[in-house]
Design a protein around this ligand. Structure first.
Ligand SMILES: N[C@@H](CCC(=O)N[C@@H](CS)C(=O)NCC(=O)O)C(=O)O
Length: 209
């Protein structure tokens, strides 16, 4: 069975939502990111990159990198029939996954903190906002609605929601991002998202400077 290593409110929320939404069988393993431990001991033995998410897909076989994990889950959910391969939609989904991973996710991370952590001071928040604001504006301009890529909910939506969820955590304004605001609200109405927010509970917070 698939096993997702996660910490609450982190990027692991995206695969957690996709697994839940797709109705796939999976187990959850909570990781203590401060200690780098899990129920089974040293987390770095599972993922030497020392971050979440990690998806265990077979005994001793692990996938890392959020965008790739989302692709794997999407592939399983479509029962590996290959029907979506080489279509424009297929490639555009991958373009969005990479954009969210490299332009949004990484730019939400404070350059001043150890590890991949959110900013925790006004100065670092300002710096992060300078980086993410133009990229969020790009998403806003290209957002098709009701979901990122149009009529169909896709694996890009849970990844984008993880970013809008972080906007709330950092108190970033949606003032010039009405489509993203509506998207965030629409996602929160989805049963899978409600379930994941309930199961994950209070977001992981870090104490290091
Ligand atoms: N490139 C990785 C980044 C994952 C990442 O930044 N994870 C954060 C939580 S959102 C984390 O576990 N940080 C802990 C640390 O860096 O010590 C991916 O896309 O999966």
């Amino acid at each position: 069975m698939l096993k997702l290593f996660y910490a609450s409110g982190t990027s692991a929320m995206a695969p957690h939502i996709l697994l839940t939404d797709a109705g796939l069988n999976f187990e959850l393993e909570k990781v203590n990111l401060d200690q780098k431990t899990w129920r089974g001991g040293d987390y770095d033995q599972i993922n030497a990159k020392s971050y979440v998410p990690t998806l265990q897909i077979a005994p001793e076989q692990y996938l890392t990198e959020c965008a790739v994990i989302l692709e794997y889950i999407d592939f399983q959910a479509r029962q590996n029939d290959g029907s979506n391969y080489a279509t424009d939609e297929y490639w555009q989904e991958r373009v969005w996954l990479n954009y969210i991973a490299t332009e949004l996710h990484k730019n939400f991370i404070s350059p001043f903190r150890k590890g991949n952590w959110l900013p925790n001071t006004d100065d670092s928040k300002r710096l992060v906002w300078q980086r993410v604001a133009p990229r969020l504006a790009y998403v806003e301009a290209r957002f098709q609605g009701p979901w990122l890529m149009g009529q169909h909910f896709s694996m890009t939506d849970p990844y984008l929601f993880f970013m809008t969820n972080w906007m709330h955590r950092l108190d970033f304004s949606f003032d010039h991002l009405p489509k993203l605001k509506a998207f965030d609200e629409r996602m929160r109405q989805r049963p899978s998202v409600q379930e994941v927010l309930r199961v994950e509970g209070k977001p992981h917070s870090v104490t290091d400077g």
